[in-house]
Design a protein around this ligand. Structure first.
Ligand SMILES: NC(=O)c1ccc[n+]([C@@H]2O[C@H](COP(=O)([O-])OP(=O)(O)OC[C@H]3O[C@@H](n4cnc5c(N)ncnc54)[C@H](O)[C@@H]3O)[C@@H](O)[C@H]2O)c1
Length: 337
């Protein structure tokens, strides 16, 4: 039985990943590490609370003695690294913690992994040849696009927010541990996710919650910012494939080819809610209101997922319309229970 350390599992994507991974691989023991910041909640992990192959540890990825202890006591053989400060708006008001967690935390984690798995550069300790480190990153590292074009794995990095700059830095550190020390690393850069268990602060949960509370639904600027939306389980399946079949040192972009702007998203959610849980009068769309734009708001992100589709056989199972329906159903259940 192999022990894999998964970080950031009390958050949105990490918790969905744990549910997917623990069912898919009966030979893995999973250690969840999460600091339980404002963004993490143990409720997100309640389905694996008593699972015999899952252990939760509350802790900080920047805490080197703790990380060393986890590696030594459990002989960790793989890392899947989600933990991060992830909200762009917070990175504008409070960038320091993004550098601390996303840059220093990633460094601590990969450096401890290197020392646990390898004797010296390009020489693994006996029995550790297959140990690997998958770093979960974002398409925001590539900056913003005009009306056309797609981000590929060879697009130059041009991060525009403290969040994306900190993620770009962490990607570079992971890249350097492959090139300098010969570590088995894989980086995935994914587009915007949505689905169950996303934090309230993000766009889609905000639209759903505000609508159901019959409060103003705030949309930044003119609402024409475009993101390439991916259902969270499709992202998890992509990470799973990249972890098991990805080539070390490579980067894989993950995106659903589902470009939608914020106006479309708000309208679509309102239309579905109008059908599933109608207001007493009028449409939820009446609540949509435009607010001052985010500083430095990137206009368009879109991913070319050809590499992971062609080389690893990944394909998104959901399009935006099928995924958002599942997501809304999940929030309706959550708010009615
Ligand atoms: N959400 C997206 O659309 C998206 C898209 C592409 C990539 N990503 C990346 O995926 C990863 C997960 O994103 P998410 O949306 O699930 O984020 P999230 O904010 O929902 O969860 C992050 C988790 O990390 C934990 N954490 C924060 N700082 C920590 C620290 N110092 N030590 C240990 N744990 C800490 C938090 O408690 C939280 O549980 C991030 O690396 C993010 O950059 C997210």
């Amino acid at each position: 039985m192999k022990t894999i350390l998964v970080t950031g599992t009390a958050g949105f994507i990490g918790s969905n990943f744990i549910y997917h991974f623990i069912e898919s691989y009966p030979d893995y023991k999973l250690i969840s590490l999460d600091k339980l910041t404002y963004a993490g909640s143990l409720e997100n992990l309640n389905k694996v609370e008593n699972h015999e192959r899952h252990t939760f540890i509350k802790g900080d990825i920047c805490d080197r003695p703790l990380i060393e202890k986890i590696f030594t006591e459990n002989d960790v053989q793989g890392v899947i690294h989600f933990a991060a400060e992830s909200h762009v708006d917070n990175s504008i008001s409070n960038p320091g913690v993004f550098i601390e967690t996303n840059v220093n935390g990633t460094f601590t984690l990969i450096d401890v992994a290197y020392k646990h798995w390898m004797e010296k550069p390009f020489t693994f300790k006996n029995g550790y040849q297959d140990c690997k480190f998958l770093h979960v990153s974002t398409d925001e590292v590539y900056g913003t696009l005009g009306e056309t074009g797609l981000f590929t794995e060879t697009t130059s990095y041009a991060p525009n927010s403290p969040y994306s700059a900190s993620k770009a830095s962490s990607d570079m550190l992971v890249r350097s541990y492959h090139h300098t020390y010969g570590m088995n690393t894989i980086i995935t850069n994914c587009s915007n996710n949505y689905g169950p268990q996303q934090h309230n602060e993000k766009l889609i949960p905000t639209v759903i919650r505000k609508a159901l509370n019959e409060e103003i639904i705030p949309i930044y600027g003119d609402g024409k910012n475009i993101r390439d939306w991916l259902y969270v389980l499709d992202h998890c399946k992509g990470i799973d494939l990249a972890y098991h079949k990805g080539i070390f040192g490579e980067v894989y972009n993950i995106g659903g080819r589902n470009e939608r702007n914020n106006n479309y998203i708000a309208d679509k959610i309102c239309e579905i809610l109008d059908q599933l849980q109608p207001k007493k009068s009028g449409s939820y769309k009446d609540l949509i209101n435009y607010v001052e734009d985010r500083a430095g708001h990137d206009r368009r992100y879109a991913i070319d997922a050809t590499k992971i589709e062609t080389n690893l056989g990944w394909k998104a199972d959901e399009n935006f319309e099928s995924g958002i329906l599942k997501t809304i159903q999940w929030y309706l259940d959550k708010y009615s229970s």
